[in-house]
Structure formats: structure tokens, C-alpha cells
Design a protein around this ligand. Structure first.
Ligand code: PLP
Length: 361
């Protein structure tokens, strides 16, 4: 199978496994794991923040950040297609208990005036207590459901400045921040600078098996450690997995541009296939989201799977392919052949037998 569902499908390399096998470890709940500490220091330094805390997942770093920035009942501003709002099994409501206020971004990127509209203006006839207070703004860079879109730095800075004018705390979901930096040459620290907290993932873009870090001020990270423990994130010998993340940071981060080139090669190939709708300008990093002009996306994904290619249906009528370090040009070319053959054989939507329509998704 060629697996293009997600960059989380990457596997640890032999060198990474060796680093993990030889990691120095201790009980991380007692603060004794030297490798987890080294990862936290390296990540904080890279992001230009005082401190960082290692956790099992990006879901946890984001939820802990939101919990630590807010009180239950507060409002948090997100783009309407933010990963942390749409795809985490309702964690926002179940854990932090906050109220999402959605911003009308395009491919995940919104404008300063969108904050003004979402927050509104106070008026003396309108009791301040009547609305959930807006406390936090979350930004995602690169934007997953936006097809790996990179925030233009000037828009990012303007949005952050407007957020400050509204007295919001600022959190960056940088699960794939490394990809934004690889694409633009703008450092992770520069992107992170306007934000109070930043979450980054080692398990997807960078190809480590486990883990994410949340970075911010030392005081905020001390508070976040309490919520990490509360939510069951207290590791014991974390060093074994932290060593994989450190290895990824050092050895895989410099290679990410390769995954953008593979995505561009794939995108150029499918754009030539009759029945695919794709604006090549939307392919900025390692994610390609495309639509099908005449076919049902779920049926197409099933048919491609039967031919040896794993893709993911991604929103109404769209399909996503994600590129990572285990994929090479041969797999890209084979994937293009499978997509061409699949579309040539698949009945157009409407002509499909009823049982196949929307099957399984
Ligand atoms: C933008 C974004 N944020 C957060 C997450 C959550 O990360 P994890 O799968 O490690 O919980 C993901 C996962 O794909 C993601 O794409």
C-alpha cells in the first residue's frame, strides 16, 4: 500500500530507533528524565520561548493550553475549520468547557476585522456580564484543513496585534509549524513571537512516533504542567520517546522541503488528470486537497484503496493526500497512475449503484 492519508503514518527510522534504545531515562513525573528535559529545552530555544513541556499528543498540548488560558464558560476564537475545534472528539467542551466563537477564514486564514466582528463592541446599555468573555485566540499554522496553508507573516502579525487590542491571550497550534518555516525560510521563533503559547508536534511532520511540546513563559508552563498531570499526561520514563522526538528535530527537520517537492510533483500530476479539480496555488507545503469534478469522493477513495493507494476523504467532495519523509518519487508516480486508472473505471456520481454512494464515511 502507498499510504498518503496523513504524515502521522511515518515510521521511526533505524537511526531513530537506535537513539530511542539508548536514551537516558528517569521518572518524568518527578522531573527526573534527562532526555525529556533536553527535548523541552531544545524546543523552547527553537521557538524563542522560556520553557516547554513534553506531552503525548498535540491534542493534549492544545487542550492543556486552552484550559490553562481560560476558565470554563469563557469564549475562545478559532477559524471555522480549526483542527482543535473540529476534529478532537468534542474535547473543547468536555475538557476546557469553553465556548467556540468562529471566524470566517479562507483556508484557515482570517483577517483582523474578523476579530472585531466576532467580539463586537461594548455599550453601556448592554450588561458586560451577558456574554461569555472572549479570552483566547487560537491560530493554526500551517492550516491542516486549509490544505497545509501558510499564514502570511504580515497577516499573522496584524491578527495578533488586533487580538492584543481585544485583550485576548494568543495560542498557536503549530502542529506543522516546521512546514511553514521550511516553505518560507521564516524561522519558527519569528512565527511564534507574537503568541503567548505554541504547540508543536514531533509525531507528524517530523516523523517521530510520539509527542508534542507546549512552549511559553516559565510561569505559564508551570501552570500547564498541573493540567497535563490532571488529564493523565504524566509520563514515567518519557526519555525513550523523547529521544525519537529529539532525533526528528535534529535530523528530519532540515529535510522537510523534500516533502513539499513531493506534494508539488503529485499536485502537478493530478491536475493533468481529467476529472480532478485542483488549484495548484493552494499547494504550499506537504498537504494536497483536491476535489473530484464528476465522482463521489468516498467511492473514489474506496476504489483507489482497492488498487493499493490510501487517501483520505476530507470534507464534502474533497480528498486529501499528505507527504512525509518515508515517501519517495516512485510512490508519487505510482499514486498518480492509480488515481488515473481509478477515475477511468469509476462510474460518475449519480450513475453509481446506491450501495456504493457515501459508503463508510
Ligand atoms: C493542526 C493539528 N493540530 C493538532 C493535531 C493533534 O495532534 P495529535 O494527533 O498528536 O493529537 C493535529 C493532528 O493531526 C493537527 O493536524
Amino acid at each position: 500500500m502507498i499510504d498518503l492519508r496523513s504524515d502521522t503514518c511515518s515510521r521511526p527510522t533505524p537511526a531513530m530507533r537506535t537513539a530511542m534504545a539508548h536514551a537516558d531515562v528517569g521518572d518524568d513525573v518527578y522531573g527526573d528524565d534527562p532526555t525529556a528535559r533536553a527535548l523541552e529545552h531544545a524546543t523552547a530555544a527553537l521557538l524563542g520561548k522560556e520553557a516547554a513541556v513534553y506531552m503525548p499528543t498535540g491534542t493534549m498540548t492544545n487542550q492543556v493550553a486552552i484550559r490553562a488560558h481560560t476558565e470554563p464558560g469563557d469564549a475562545v476564537l478559532f477559524d471555522q475549520s480549526a483542527h482543535v475545534y473540529l476534529l478532537k472528539g468534542g474535547a473543547l467542551a468536555a475538557y476546557a468547557g469553553v465556548l467556540p466563537r468562529l471566524l470566517p477564514g479562507v483556508r484557515g486564514i482570517f483577517q483582523p476585522h474578523d476579530l472585531d466582528h466576532a467580539i463586537g463592541r461594548a455599550h453601556r446599555f448592554f450588561p458586560a456580564t451577558i456574554q461569555a468573555p472572549a479570552r483566547l485566540l487560537c491560530v493554526e499554522n500551517t492550516h491542516n484543513l486549509g490544505g497545509g496553508a501558510v499564514w502570511p507573516l504580515d497577516t499573522l502579525l496584524a491578527v495578533a496585534a488586533r487580538g492584543r487590542e481585544h485583550a485576548l491571550a494568543l495560542h498557536l497550534d503549530g502542529a506543522r509549524l516546521w512546514h511553514a518555516s521550511a516553505a518560507t525560510g521564516i524561522s519558527e521563533a519569528r512565527y511564534a513571537a507574537p503568541f503567548d503559547t505554541v504547540s508543536v508536534c514531533f509525531s507528524k511532520a517530523l516523523g517521530a512516533p510520539v509527542g508534542s511540546c507546549l512552549a511559553g513563559t516559565a510561569a505559564f508552563i508551570a501552570r500547564a504542567r498541573r493540567f497535563k498531570q490532571q488529564i493523565g499526561g504524566g509520563f514515567r520514563q518519557a526519555g525513550i520517546i523523547a529521544a525519537g522526538a529529539l532525533h526528528a528535530l535534529e535530523h528530519h527537520r532540515p529535510r522537510l522541503l523534500k516533502t513539499h517537492q513531493l506534494a508539488a510533483r503529485f499536485a502537478a500530476g493530478i491536475a493533468r488528470i481529467d476529472g480532478i479539480a485542483l488549484d495548484l496555488a493552494t499547494v504550499e507545503t506537504n498537504i494536497v486537497r483536491f476535489s473530484l469534478a464528476r465522482h463521489d469522493a468516498a467511492a473514489f477513495v474506496e476504489a483507489a484503496h482497492a488498487r493499493g493507494l490510501y487517501l483520505l476523504p476530507s470534507g464534502a467532495g474533497a480528498v486529501r493526500a499528505v507527504f512525509y519523509l518515508d515517501i519517495g518519487e516512485d510512490e508519487v508516480d505510482a499514486a498518480l497512475r492509480i488515481i488515473g486508472a481509478t477515475l477511468a473505471q469509476l462510474p460518475a456520481a449519480g450513475a453509481a449503484p446506491p450501495a456504493a454512494a457515501g459508503a463508510g464515511y
